[in-house]
Design a binder for this molecule. Structure first.
Ligand code: GDP
Length: 363
């Protein structure tokens, strides 16, 4: 599965241990892939080892590099080569509003299968009280309020300590994959065991990839639902996920079906927000106003070390991506970046999505 998900494969072997039968077996598997493979012989800490390491040429992998992760030898070159081999990605010139892809992730037993079924509206995946029974790779398309929504493959992400048996390891990979293949991730949490560290970890994963994220507090039927509980629950979630202040939170019961429509509506409106395009002129007005109300601070009191912003334009959606042309990106202070981001949020109503701000030297 890792091979399937990868763009480039680094096959690491151990120069101290030398060539093993396992290496041979892995090499044989790798010969069947059409992905670029680099063999990295690690622990090549000195010349003697380098000489010994030549035995790895026997594996017949075209690209071989000798590295020492410990001494940081050869690692940079390896990385350079990986970057060369990666498929070219232009900076988010993505304007196509294809259908929304949703992934559903969360700890075991929070109700992912049941919720998936509730969304689909019919039995398609196995719901069982036994932990970790969601296994089938499955993309399902549903139609909801004139939109097509694709639910991408779901599987439980386990607490790292519990990842032991093969099948569970695959589940982690699969969930990571699902996040990568989706536009919006629903992070399911359990109302009776709110926002654990593991939840925060998974949330961070989706967040770091710039995907849209919604936190779902499921099993809401199990707590006595009143306004007070809801606010306390919200507070708890917000506290735990303080690094994502604007993430939407929804309350559901997969058992009774309560909150499912609201959840899908919330996902759709987050999706639409992430697709929003801002007119070029409005952006320039906003920039002019932002800079005149609060001009960029000069570094170390030197007026010549002041950030100048010439222009801003939106270059992509999902997430909305803005490029600022500046004299020198190094002069940007993080607080000024946040100020500009907040101005864009306020003005254009980006309340729940990531925004990507890129600062580039441009004439
Ligand atoms: P998964 O491991 O995250 O896929 O969780 P499952 O969907 O298999 O659900 C785990 C257990 O929680 C099952 O016994 C479900 O019946 C139960 N469950 C799931 N959602 C709800 C809910 O909203 N309310 C209640 N009371 N139980 C639920």
């Amino acid at each position: 599965m890792a091979m399937g998900a990868a763009d480039v494969i680094i096959f690491i072997t151990d120069a101290i241990q030398g060539l093993t039968a396992t290496d041979q077996a892995v090499a044989q598997r790798l010969r069947r892939t059409d992905k670029p493979v680099i063999l990295a012989v690690n622990k090549v800490d000195n010349d003697r080892r380098e000489l010994a390491a030549t035995e790895f040429y026997e594996l017949g992998i075209n690209e071989t590099s000798f590295i020492s992760a410990y001494h940081n030898y050869g690692v940079y070159d390896l990385l350079e080569r990986v970057v060369e081999l990666l498929p070219r990605q232009e900076l988010a010139e993505q304007w196509d509003d294809k259908e929304m892809r949703l992934s559903i992730v969360g700890r075991t037993n929070v109700g992912k299968s049941m919720l998936t079924n509730a969304i689909i509206g019919q039995e398609r995946s196995i719901v069982s009280p036994v932990a970790g029974t969601t296994r089938d790779a499955l993309d399902t398309q549903i139609s909801y309020r004139d939109h097509t929504i694709t639910l991408v493959d779901t599987a439980g992400i386990r607490r790292p300590g519990q990842v032991q048996r093969g099948i569970e390891k695959y589940s982690v990979l699969r969930a990571v994959n699902a996040v990568h293949r989706s536009d919006i991730t629903l992070l399911i949490t359990d109302a009776t065991e709110l926002a654990t560290a593991q939840d925060a970890h998974i949330a961070g994963l989706a967040w770091d990839t710039n995907r849209g994220l919604i936190v779902v507090v499921n099993k809401w039927d199990l707590v006595n639902p009143n306004r007070f509980r809801m606010e306390r629950g919200l507070h708890r979630v917000r506290e735990r996920l303080h690094f994502m202040p604007y993430v939407p939170v929804c309350f559901t019961s997969a058992l009774t079906g309560e909150g499912i429509d609201e959840l899908l509506d919330s996902a759709l409106s987050l999706w639409q927000e992430r697709q929003r395009r801002v007119p070029f002129r409005d952006l320039q007005y906003l920039l002019a106003d932002a800079v005149s109300t609060h001009s960029p601070p000069s570094m170390r009191g030197n007026i010549r070390n002041r950030l100048r912003i010439r222009r801003v334009r939106q270059v992509g959606v999902n997430p909305p991506t803005f490029v600022f042309s500046v004299n020198d990106p190094k002069l940007l202070h993080f607080s000024y970046r946040r100020y500009l981001e907040n101005r864009i949020r306020d003005k254009f109503g980006f309340n729940r999505t990531h925004l990507r701000l890129v600062f580039r030297h441009e004439r």
